[in-house]
Write a protein that binds this ligand. Structure first.
Ligand code: HEM
Length: 147
């Protein structure tokens, strides 16, 4: 089981409490689709992804960005059992959507970049370390079904 210090828990809660899900969700998913264009293959039903501008203005991408962050909130609320919390989502992404699990890490890195840019100096090295740990547990839990 993953152990969390009080400081790590406090840092992660603080980051989430300041998070604008709509804005950050849209920015991190668009960034992922733009800088790692192969990730677009899973979003064929989302309409126009023709170029960076189209991706950033696509309302379905924006909406899905919010969905992903709400999905992450489930990990925040179940910090001591992230693996089981994501059992169903892991099955969905592997068996139904056939998402390559390497992409989970790419999306989580985009999220860190967007949050770092928004929080500025309040995203301290300690905060970053705590958040990276949180995301790596999420990525591992989402990838569970693939092992
Ligand atoms: C759907 C979360 C990473 C592709 C979803 C849903 C959630 C979610 C909550 C909705 C599930 C439902 O409708 O029951 C996450 C989280 C991720 C992640 C927390 C990692 C941090 C990815 C990545 C890709 C991806 C990296 C592809 C590159 C999709 C697709 C859907 C989906 C295509 C279905 C969208 C639709 O048709 O509405 N994801 N996801 N996800 N996810 Fe992920």
């Amino acid at each position: 089981m993953v152990e969390w210090t009080d400081k790590e828990r406090a840092a992660i809660s603080d980051i989430f409490s300041k998070l604008d899900y709509d804005e950050v969700g849209q920015k991190c998913l668009s960034r992922c689709l733009i800088v790692y264009p192969w990730t677009q293959r899973y979003f064929g039903a989302f309409g126009n992804l023709y170029n960076a501008e189209a991706i950033m203005n696509n309302p379905l991408i924006a909406k899905h960005g919010t969905t992903v962050l709400r999905g992450l909130e489930r990990a925040l609320n179940n910090m001591d059992d992230i693996k089981n919390t994501y059992a169903e989502l892991s099955v969905l992404h592997s068996e139904k959507l056939h998402v390559d699990p390497d992409n989970f890490k790419l999306l989580s890195d985009c999220l860190t970049i967007v949050i770092a840019a928004k929080m500025g100096t309040t995203f301290t090295p300690e905060y970053q370390a705590s958040f990276q740990k949180f995301l790596s547990v999420v990525v591992s839990a989402l990838g569970k079904q693939y092992h």
